[in-house]
Ligand binder design. Structure first.
Ligand code: C5P
Length: 243
C-alpha cells in the first residue's frame, strides 16, 4: 500500500452507497473496510475492490483465543489485502498466533499484509479504563504498554491517534508503523476530538493516515480527497527535508 496516499475509511452500510462513492474516482485508492461492510458483503467485495486496483486495509480487529485468531488470519491473509489488525488486549500469545496465521496464509509471490494492533479504542475514556477494566495506570501508560506487547509479538505497528504517534515512534523506533485516524483539515463538529491535519500528522511521523467522513460526506468527495492528499504529501516532503 502506497503510504503517500491517505487511506479512505469506507464506512458505508450498503453496497450501493459504496458503488456510488467509488464510481466518482478514476484512480486507484487506499481504502479501509470495516466490519459493517465486511459482514454484509465479505470476500466478494474484497475481490471486487482489488479488481478495480484498490489497496485494502481490512479493519476487523480480531480478538479471540490464539488458536482461533491464527486460523482466521490464515484465511484472511489469502485474500491479498495490504493490512490486517487485532486488538492488543488479546495478549502477546494471541498476537504471535495472528502473525503465524498470516505467514501460513500468504500465497507464494504475494506480499505479506502488514499486521497492526489496536491498543485502547479512542472511544474508551479514562473513567472506563479505571472503573470497567480496573486498569490502575493512566491511558498513556496503558497505550504504551500495549504497544510494547505489540512490538514484542513482532507485529508491524499500531493504530493510534496522530497525537500519540511521535511518542510511540520515539519509544519503539522509526520502523514501528503508526496508522492514524482522527485526521481533519479543519476541526469539524463531529465526534473526533484528538485530531491533527494531514500535514501535522506527517510531521509527527505518522506512516499512514485514515480519513473517513471528511471525504465520504463531502459535497465533492474527489475534491476533498485531493485537498487531503496535497496537504499530506506536502507534510511528508517537509519531514523528509529535515532528515
Ligand atoms: O470519519 P473519520 O475520519 O472519523 O473515520 C475514521 C475511521 O477510523 C473510522 O473508520 C473509525 O472507525 C476508525 N478509527 C478511529 N479511531 C480508532 C480506530 C479506528 O477513528 N482508534
Amino acid at each position: 500500500m502506497d503510504p503517500k496516499k491517505p487511506i479512505i475509511a469506507l464506512d458505508f452500510q450498503e453496497m450501493d452507497q459504496l458503488e456510488d462513492f467509488l464510481n466518482q474516482f478514476q484512480e486507484p485508492l487506499n481504502v479501509k473496510i470495516g466490519m459493517e461492510l465486511y459482514y454484509t458483503s465479505g470476500i466478494a467485495m474484497i475481490h471486487a475492490l482489488k479488481d478495480r486496483g484498490h489497496e485494502i486495509f481490512l479493519d476487523l480487529k480480531l480478538h479471540d483465543i490464539p488458536n482461533t485468531v491464527k486460523w482466521a488470519m490464515k484465511s484472511l491473509a489469502k485474500q491479498g489485502v495490504a493490512m490486517l489488525n487485532v486488538h492488543a488486549m488479546g495478549g502477546r500469545a494471541m498476537m504471535e498466533a495472528a502473525r503465524q496465521g498470516i505467514d501460513k496464509g500468504v500465497k507464494a509471490g504475494q506480499a505479506r499484509p502488514l499486521l497492526l494492533a489496536v491498543t485502547q479504542l479512542t472511544s474508551t475514556s479514562s473513567e472506563q479504563l479505571h472503573e470497567e477494566q480496573l486498569v490502575e495506570v493512566s491511558m498513556e501508560e496503558s497505550v504504551s504498554h500495549l504497544a510494547k506487547l505489540t512490538q514484542m509479538a513482532q507485529l508491524d505497528g499500531v493504530v493510534c491517534s496522530p497525537l500519540e504517534a511521535k511518542a510511540l515512534k520515539a519509544q519503539f523506533g522509526s520502523e514501528f508503523i503508526t496508522v492514524t485516524p482522527g485526521i481533519r483539515l479543519n476541526q469539524g463538529g463531529d465526534d473526533q476530538k484528538r485530531t491533527a491535519t494531514p500535514y501535522d500528522a506527517a510531521l509527527n511521523g505518522c506512516d499512514y493516515i485514515v480519513v473517513g467522513r471528511p471525504i465520504t460526506q463531502a459535497s465533492d468527495p474527489v475534491e476533498a480527497y485531493h485537498a487531503i492528499l496535497v496537504d499530506w504529501q506536502s507534510g511528508l516532503a517537509e519531514k523528509n527535508k529535515n532528515f
